[in-house]
Design a protein around this ligand. Sequence first.
Ligand SMILES: [Zn+2]
Length: 204
Amino acid sequence: MLKTFSRILNGYQNFRKKYVVENNTLLHKLAKHGQKPEIMIVACCDSRVDPALLLQCDPGDLFVLRNVANIVPPYENDEAHHGTSAALEFGICYLNIKHLIILGHSQCGGIHALLNQQQLQQDDFISNWINLIKINANTSQETDACAKEALLTSYKNCLTFPWLKEKIAQNKLSLNLWFFEIQEGVIYNYSSEKKTFLPLDTEL
Ligand SMILES: [Zn+2]
């Protein structure tokens, strides 16, 4: 059996030991009362950027949406299949999420593809999806700079969703842009005041 595959089976055993055998209170509570996550994270599919692992969460803590390059598309109420927008609608309007975090990261393959579209050998969906990101002509064409810029595009797109914009205006929802630098293992938070990404302040 593949080494990684046996590791995930081992991980599942550990999960059961912790959440079922030793103490099943949390899973029972979640099953009885349903999920009530206060935090939603839009993250990339990248295997190195798993929100629940990065933030050491328990079941029920995070409502997670992952797609290529952690993009929030603009609000388009048409007949197309808007999976990302549907998840946002569910999280914001039904689960009443209080904190929405869009989590970008360094070395993003989706952003790299955006900058090197001529290199895509299989492209039924990828370029159409990543072209949702509009990179400012003044931004450096370096992948991480563009990934940060893409977070700002997603932020603007979030505000095109009427129910999302309304919750922010009513202070019922906070919208946060985070950037995970893989090599450093550090999360940076966008400061709208300073217009730059600063190491996430973990002081409460
Ligand atoms: Zn990525």
